[in-house]
Ligand binder design. Structure first.
Ligand SMILES: C[S@@+](CC[C@H](N)C(=O)[O-])C[C@H]1O[C@@H](n2cnc3c(N)ncnc32)[C@H](O)[C@@H]1O
Length: 384
């Protein structure tokens, strides 16, 4: 019986009409992986298969079924987003495949000895570079990466990135607006190369060293909106002994707060594993790791209601303003829940998004801290 993609859900990510838990690229990727395995008399055993950046579990669970994974020989999986990892666990439970997949951190053990690595192509070339580098260094010498995505999100630069690490890159025919790239024959240089990630960059003006894994927002740079926020963080900031850097990315804001406010403890959270790992490294590089506590979390889960007096947020944005607003609304609501009466949410946003009415409604009275031609910084006070 073919794998039942329709049984998969996206929860805890947003669900709704038109939002699917799998797509044509996932199915093409599985078909290409199957063909490749069938073509070789000694195809990979299930525990030689690894899945990276699957959205909700379609690839990992589809592969677990097709390749006969078991509790003794599970498929290894890493997903950058904690929400994706939870969706996989829920879907695996529903399909009675919970023991056939195992979620692991992004580290050499994830791919050690692997012969087939199925990758949902990330948008970020840096992320692809870090994944390809890890595989080339630590997987078996006959490993192949089978990486699939939607044509509209793919570029020739992806072939070039894979070509940095692998001697051979094959391109599938397109099917239902999707395509698969297969990289094999890791080069001797790539197998012995020092890891290119995480990267470090010193920013004199901000007196910060930023450390970032591939694909983290702004990389080892500092985004211009964040830079603007840092310039104004000292002004009329609430008098709090703790702060929260919500959606912390590489941890620039959390680290800067800890650096400029001796004694202040900062909680930094992000739903991306690469971001959380980077934020830890950034705090460490600037000597404030003992006061910056980083967690990989969806919004502010884990923080109690009405427990904090100061939250800082540079919300994620998307080319589609409606999607940006949806994600921002979720994070504003979480901030409103966690702020104690009188506590403040400081937020930097692209002025064209006009978040002020939403902040007023969700959190409370909102004043402008600063504005330039592109960005607005506001402080919203939680009412009693
Ligand atoms: C615009 S970046 C800001 C990063 C950092 N604060 C800075 O200014 O450089 C937004 C961040 O939001 C994170 N994010 C998106 N949705 C999230 C969620 N539901 N919970 C936690 N973090 C989230 C993304 O992973 C990304 O790192």
């Amino acid at each position: 019986m073919p794998f039942d993609f329709g049984a998969l859900g996206r929860h805890p990510d947003i669900e709704g009409p038109g939002l699917e838990a799998s797509d044509a690229a996932d199915r093409l990727l599985l078909d290409e992986a199957n063909e490749r395995a069938a073509a070789s008399p000694l195809g990979p055993a299930p525990d030689e298969i690894v899945v990276v950046d699957d959205a909700y579990g379609a690839i990992a669970l589809g592969a677990a079924e097709r390749f006969g994974a078991s509790a003794a020989r599970p498929i290894r999986v890493h997903q950058d987003l904690v929400t994706g990892e939870r969706a996989l666990a829920e879907n695996a439970g529903r399909l009675a495949l919970a023991d056939e997949v195992v979620s692991m951190p992004f580290a050499p053990e994830l791919v050690a000895g692997a012969r087939l690595v199925l990758v949902r192509l990330p948008r970020s070339l840096d992320r692809l570079d870090e994944v390809a580098g890890l595989v080339a260094r630590h997987a078996a010498s006959d490993v192949a990466i089978v990486a699939g995505g939607r044509l509209k999100h793919m570029s020739l630069a992806m072939n070039e990135v894979l070509g940095r690490h692998f001697g051979r890159v094959d391109v599938s025919l397109a099917r239902q607006k999707s395509r698969v790239l297969t990289a094999s024959e890791p080069t001797p240089a790539a197998r012995t190369a020092a890891p290119a990630w995480p990267r470090r960059e010193r920013h004199e003006a901000e007196d910060l060293e930023v450390v970032a894994h591939g694909g983290v927002f702004a990389g080892s740079g500092i985004d211009i909106g964040t830079r603007f926020l840092l310039q104004h963080l000292g002004e009329a900031m609430p008098d709090a002994s703790t702060a929260v850097d919500l959606a912390c990315g590489s941890g620039v804001v959390a680290t800067r707060l800890a650096r400029t406010r001796p004694g202040m403890r900062v909680v930094a959270t992000d739903r991306s594993a690469a971001a959380a790992a980077s934020a830890r490294l950034t705090a460490e590089a600037n000597g404030v790791a003992e006061r910056v506590h980083v967690t990989r979390a969806d919004g502010l889960e884990g923080l109690a209601d009405a427990s904090e007096r100061f939250i800082v947020l540079n919300p994620p944005f998307h080319s589609d303003a409606a999607i940006s607003t949806g994600i921002a609304a979720h994070l504003f609501a979480d901030a409103a829940r966690v702020l104690a009466p009188g506590g403040e949410l400081w937020c930097v946003w692209n002025s064209h998004l006009r978040y002020r009415p939403l902040l007023e409604r969700t959190v409370g009275p909102t004043r402008q801290i600063a504005r330039n031609p592109k960005f607005t910084i506001t402080a919203s006070v939680r009412e009693a």
